[in-house]
Write a protein that binds this ligand. Structure first.
Ligand SMILES: Nc1ncnc2c1ncn2[C@@H]1O[C@H](COP(=O)(O)OP(=O)(O)OP(=O)(O)O)[C@@H](O)[C@H]1O
Ligand SMILES: [Mg+2]
Length: 260
């Protein structure tokens, strides 16, 4: 089996207020197996613990109960094996595109990685923009640079927290295609958080629906469509309706719980 297998075993995450007066269960008993090379997406209302789960997988936080294994080893800290891309691309404004990508490369096998970085910039159609500075790029171009920068390190797992959230619909669709190209090329595990149900269905092999207060998995839906997917295909529309209904139901349940 390839690298990038993530096992989430009974993970609960409880945050405490700094004065210890109150607690908040951000995630409640999450159980999930993510296969090596799988493209998985998480959708759910704001506050259902998606970013918390991603931060736990990254090794930026530790579970209160349970554990997460990365290729069989418990995650206790961050690792180059798990790359992260956030909504805010955070390129260095004083560096060119090429230096931004190179700056992020870890020293091991740097030559190979430089070649890979060059190739990946071509894949996302930014080969001619190596000498540009971030201020000369559109938001979508900058976000593609951020994706290349993360992937050039050859992470086994790429963690994406609403990486396209700030972009207009058209740019978003372009980068979704670039993301599929990058994934097919690298065959790494992709873990995507998105508010956009269509984006989840367009990209992922499996969509996890979460509910808030406390954050739980309410559904696990395999998307059985070949790539590239057609957003107006009847199967696509069916998945959209099913997921929206689950989200709506989860939302109503959480409001009902809240008012007791
Ligand atoms: N460091 C922290 N300390 C205390 N509470 C936190 C902390 N991080 C997250 N939380 C709480 O945990 C819950 C889940 O937060 P999280 O950011 O994971 O949600 P999310 O699903 O990513 O939401 P969104 O869609 O708005 O990004 C929220 O109620 C949040 O207030
Ligand atoms: Mg979040």
């Amino acid at each position: 089996m390839g690298k990038g297998h993530i096992e989430i075993n009974g993970v609960t995450k409880i945050f405490r207020r700094t004065d210890g007066s109150d607690t908040l269960t951000a995630l409640d008993n999450i159980q999930l197996d993510i296969k090596a090379g799988e493209f998985i997406a998480f959708v759910g209302a704001s506050g259902c613990g998606k970013s918390t789960l991603l931060r736990l997988i990254a090794g930026l936080e530790t579970p209160t109960i349970g554990n997460i294994l990365s290729d069989g080893e418990e995650i206790t800290s961050t690792s180059e094996k798990r790359g992260l891309v956030f909504q805010d691309h955070a390129l260095f404004p004083w560096l060119t595109v090429w230096d931004n990508v190179r700056f992020g490369l870890k020293s091991t096998g740097k030559k190979d990685k430089t070649e890979l970085a060059e190739h990946l910039l071509d894949v996302v159609e930014l080969g001619n923009f190596k000498k540009s500075y971030p201020y000369q790029l559109s938001g979508g171009m900058a976000q593609r640079v951020a994706l290349v920068r993360a992937l050039a390190n050859e992470p086994d797992v790429l963690l994406l927290d609403e990486p396209l959230g700030a972009l207009d619909a058209f740019t978003r669709m372009n980068i979704q295609d670039a993301l599929i190209d990058l994934w097919k090329e690298r065959k790494n595990t992709m873990i995507l958080i998105t508010h956009d149900v269509d984006e989840a269905i367009y990209l992922a092999q499996r969509v996890i629906v979460m509910s808030p207060r406390p954050g739980r998995i309410v559904d696990d839906i395999p998307i059985e469509m070949s790539y590239p997917r057609n957003r107006s295909h009847s199967a696509f529309v069916r998945y959209r309706n099913v997921i929206l209904e689950k989200l709506n139901y989860a939302h109503e349940e959480s409001i009902a719980d809240f008012s007791i």
